[in-house]
Design a binder for this molecule. Sequence first.
Ligand code: AMP
Length: 197
Amino acid sequence: MRLVLLGPPGAGKGTQAQRLVERYGIVQLSTGDMLRAAVAAGTPVGKRAQAIMDRGDLVPDDIMVEIISDRIGQADAAEGFILDGFPRTVAQAEALAELLARRRLGLDAVIEIGVDEAALLARIEKRARETGRARADDTPETLHKRLEVYRQNTAPVSDHYRAKGMLTRVDGMGSMDEVSAAISGVLEAAGRRSGRA
Ligand code: AMP
């Protein structure tokens, strides 16, 4: 199963992706985690990405597409994957379609976790408090910037998939279990459509 999870920062993509990993035994490909690892390791990509991430901006598409292209080609992704945090621009979505097509693969589902902004702010502030701000970009200023970047660059990714009839939106305002159940429902329907149980 190959799946894209979309939703604004704080929508719960990471949590839901981890649950899907346990349930379906496929890998979670979080571009945010990959970039944070690159920053921690001091790689050339990490060095370029750090300042961009700290201010809540997007790392350039060419870097992201190369990272994801390499990652999708690795053995553990052969059975499927959940993309968490990618694509974040329409150009990334187009590049993803191309690189999957080259491998004769497609996406089984694109799921958007929908939440309202006031709830989001409360959630992210809670995450910052609970983790003691484990992430350099979990500050109120950066959060506003990340939401603005989301509206401007990433909301059009939802429109892009919606126009192709590929997008399903689930309500992200419920409990984690409710959101998980809604996502499983979408995946089961996608499985039936593609002839799998
Ligand atoms: P995340 O953990 O998904 O919230 O990502 C943290 C930060 O990494 C983002 O605010 C961006 O600066 C950067 N980032 C992660 N994924 C992407 C992507 N697909 N395109 C551009 N920048 C990204």
